[in-house]
Ligand binder design. Sequence first.
Ligand SMILES: [Mg+2]
Ligand SMILES: [Zn+2]
Length: 180
Amino acid sequence: MSDASEKKDAAQSQYAGRGHNLKAIVLDRDGVINELMREGYVMDWADFRFRPGSLDAIARIHKAGLLTLIITNQSCIGRGMTTRENIDSIHQRMMGQIEEHGGKIDKIYMCPHAPDDGCDCRKPEIANFKRAMADFDMGPDDFIYIGDYKTDREAAERTGCGFEMVDERQSLADVVDRYL
Ligand SMILES: [Mg+2]
Ligand SMILES: [Zn+2]
């Protein structure tokens, strides 16, 4: 049995009867984990700033035995503004910080395409949600998606999973408090 499926089973039993029964928390990146860039994209580690409380919230998800996944659009790659290698290296550093704080990102699903590419993974399209469900043997009731934009909500609705909006009324930490 893989680590992921053991973890999933543990999460299943731990949360059975608590009303949520989640196996995973799936996160958007920009505006949820890290601050939005006022203009443009995070293409340099120096511009990556964790939002207040997000590192602790991610640690809490992991410590509760749930999977932590990320589904993110990074069209700066498809637009030719940066490379996949550069974004991957930013993600490595992000995950390093997260692990130092006791969290763990189990997998990142990234759409690198530009809007005109017509791909099936740029939110609100849901190919990355389908991949995550296949990879971790989940149905739409097994996770919630947490985003900060209307296309995040739309993707969650098309997927059939729960959705929580990070905005001026609630942070990632607030959502995690409520669910875990
Ligand atoms: Mg976002
Ligand atoms: Zn895509």
